[in-house]
Design a protein around this ligand. Structure first.
Ligand SMILES: Nc1ncnc2c1ncn2[C@@H]1O[C@H](COP(=O)(O)OP(=O)(O)O)[C@@H](O)[C@H]1O
Ligand SMILES: [Mg+2]
Length: 236
């Protein structure tokens, strides 16, 4: 498949529960994602998208298979090594913003900086996220779109190699969703991080290099997209 994969997943399986009520959520996933790619993972609700992302993010343990990130099989890591992997390599963005309510926009980003070896400058990031004017406000004083920008800033300030995004526009209106997608596109170009975006918005495939589709725990589509369309030109 991909010549020099950044993320290489083989035979990935995961189930929940036990005995008769055991649910096989991922049924043997193989996927290969190159460095710098914007990869979109589609699938209906319950198909296993968040489970997939949480396994890649080291938030849950696999039943079987391997997840090689930047040359390291993270399924073999535990304890401090796993924490170190998450700190060094990963940024997470969720549908709900998970901001600290008592910290300003700037401070919300700043606190995540201390975890990283080679963090990005906060002022620069506030500017490229369009949050400079809002930097002294608290989360409840800014819009949903601005809160999501801030959570992107929190994920990004560590300068992660891999940005995992679970329904990042799920709570936003149409116009704001497009702004956030355009921002993620700029972030990908400017900072070069590899992105996996989970969504059920089919239109997002047009802005991505790589399209994966899950159905009932099985990967049913794995396509490269050679004619990427800028986020602002996509309509749905
Ligand atoms: N912690 C858990 N315990 C038990 N079942 C779970 C757990 N997490 C997810 N599931 C089940 O796994 C399936 C896939 O869930 P999920 O990965 O969240 O799907 P998606 O993100 O595509 O909507 C669902 O049937 C869900 O109920
Ligand atoms: Mg989900």
């Amino acid at each position: 498949m991909t010549a020099n994969p950044y993320l290489e997943i083989s035979g990935l399986t995961k189930s929940y529960g036990s005995g008769d009520i055991r649910t096989q959520v991922l049924k043997g996933i193989d996927a290969s994602i190159s460095k710098g790619e914007v990869c979109v993972l589609f699938g209906p609700s319950g198909s296993g998208k968040s489970t997939f992302l949480n396994l890649v993010g080291g938030l849950e343990t696999v039943d079987g298979g391997s997840i090689v990130v930047n040359g390291q099989d993270i399924t073999t890591l535990s304890g401090r090594d796993l924490v170190e992997y998450r700190r060094r390599e990963l940024g997470f963005i969720f549908q709900f913003y998970n901001l600290v309510p008592d910290l300003t926009i700037r401070e919300n980003i700043e606190v995540c900086r201390h975890l990283a070896k080679d963090p990005l400058p906060v002022d620069d990031l506030l500017n490229s996220l369009g949050l400079w004017e809002q930097r002294k406000k608290f989360p409840n004083q800014v819009s949903g779109g601005q809160q999501q920008r801030c959570s992107i800033g929190r994920a990004l300030v560590k300068n992660p190699g891999l940005l995992l995004c679970d329904e990042p526009t799920g709570a936003l209106d149409y116009k704001t969703s497009k702004e956030i997608l355009a921002l993620m596109e700029r972030v990908n170009k400017r900072y070069g991080c590899t992105m996996v975006i989970v969504t059920h918005n089919d239109a997002i495939k047009h802005m991505s290099n790589h399209i994966l589709r899950l159905r009932d725990g099985v990967l049913v589509e794995d396509e490269m997209n050679d004619s990427v369309i800028p986020a602002f030109e996509i309509e749905w």
